[in-house]
Design a protein around this ligand. Structure first.
Ligand code: DGP
Length: 114
């Protein structure tokens, strides 16, 4: 999508620090990290959020979750744990309208989810 920030990152028009990439998924470090590891995993196909996930092939969706696991492993998070978050819509403070999964870890997370 032309005016989508994350589509521009996938295209390389906006620089990012790549952590993982395959034919369906791109993962890169969040510009404003909330934890020692904070990586965004996004599908290369543009969909706005979890609310629009029916527009995504099951294979693309599965690839996103698999990439979250691969990123967690490559970042050394699988032993102590990590959190995967996807904000969806205004109440959840979604600021970029391209489906993304935050992979957070490297410290003890709070018990409160929100
Ligand atoms: P959310 O609030 O769930 O929509 O998360 C969007 C995230 O995207 C937020 O944590 C900051 C990150 N972000 C926004 N702009 C950029 C950017 O240009 N580069 C990178 N690496 N991350 C960005």
């Amino acid at each position: 999508m032309n005016d989508c920030l994350f589509c521009k990152i996938i295209a390389g028009d906006i620089p990012s620090t790549k952590v993982y990439e395959d034919e369906k998924v791109y993962a890169f470090r969040d510009i404003n990290p909330q934890a020692p590891t904070h990586v965004l995993v996004i599908p290369k196909k543009h969909v706005a959020s979890v609310a629009a996930v029916d527009e995504l092939d099951d294979a693309d969706l599965a690839a996103c979750l698999r990439a979250c696991r691969l990123v967690a492993q490559s970042e050394g998070l699988t032993e102590k744990g990590f959190r995967v978050v996807s904000n969806c819509g205004d109440d959840a403070c979604q600021s970029v309208k391209h489906l993304h999964f935050h992979v957070l870890g490297g410290r003890q997370m709070g018990e409160q989810m929100a």
